[in-house]
Design a protein around this ligand. Structure first.
Ligand SMILES: C[S@@+](CC[C@H](N)C(=O)[O-])C[C@H]1O[C@@H](n2cnc3c(N)ncnc32)[C@H](O)[C@@H]1O
Length: 226
């Protein structure tokens, strides 16, 4: 992506996010990028699964800054769980932006700092180990080109808001995501729009209405019915 359309910003919790000037859309909540990622994806998605599963396959829609990956690595550190993390991204950030992200300064850890840098500079479409219990692959393609080998236990659905990018919140995209998931797998997202939730129900998900991150009423956790 052309970096002229992207601006690094500081959100209210001190963590960086990106403003996409074309869409006039921020990659995270302006109230706190870390706060939102940690609450929606880690606390409501990953943590409950870590007490149930020894191996967790995670699929993320929208790699962006890698904040969800960064916090997932922190959550998995020194835990007896193995994580396989796959993410797709259509518009990768350029090095002039990702090299400035302040996540390693806010939550320093020597191994994770190296792994986070490696995740950004890694080749696309090629699996690499990031930690001894953590593999990673980022795909630069459209979801309909993605030929998955794994079935996933957890989906981080972190697309731009439906009002900005309606084409990624369609029944077709969500059905593709549904088919990537194991029975009983969970999908978490910051979005709680009623038309989106209706589509999820139609596809065979069971929904939980959860309190949202600070300044947001609600978020969604959906389970693929067995
Ligand atoms: C809300 S941002 C979140 C990014 C990331 N999870 C983060 O924490 O920075 C949405 C991301 O989805 C990406 N994206 C937009 N359209 C996409 C598509 N069709 N396929 C995959 N990723 C897409 C954007 O480039 C952006 O990185």
């Amino acid at each position: 992506m052309n970096s002229e359309h992207l601006k690094l910003i500081i959100t209210d919790d001190g963590s960086h996010s990106i403003l996409n000037l074309d869409l006039n859309e921020i990659y995270h909540s302006k109230y706190g990028a870390f706060q939102e990622s940690e609450y929606v994806y880690i606390q409501q998605g990953l943590i409950p699964l870590m007490s149930e599963l020894e191996e967790i396959n995670i699929f993320e829609f929208g790699f962006g800054t890698g904040s969800n990956l960064f916090l997932t690595m922190h959550a998995a550190l020194n835990k007896s769980v193995h994580i396989n993390y796959e993410t797709i991204e259509k518009y990768p950030l350029p090095p002039s932006i990702y090299n400035l992200l302040n996540y390693p300064q806010l939550k320093p850890h020597p191994e994770i700092d190296i792994a986070f840098k490696a995740s950004h500079s890694a080749p696309w479409n090629f699996e690499i180990p990031l930690l001894n219990n953590f593999t990673f692959i980022k795909w630069q393609l459209e979801l309909n080109q993605y030929n998955h080998q794994r079935q996933f236990d957890l989906v981080y659905f972190d697309a731009f808001a439906p009002i900005k990018q309606p084409e990624v919140w369609t029944e077709q995209i969500l059905a593709t995501i549904y088919n990537l998931m194991k029975p009983n797998a969970k999908l978490v997202t910051y979005c709680a729009k009623s038309s989106f939730k209706k589509t999820l129900r139609n596809l065979g998900f069971e929904l939980e209405k959860l309190k949202g991150p600070p300044h947001k009423m609600e978020m969604t956790r959906a389970t693929k019915l067995a």
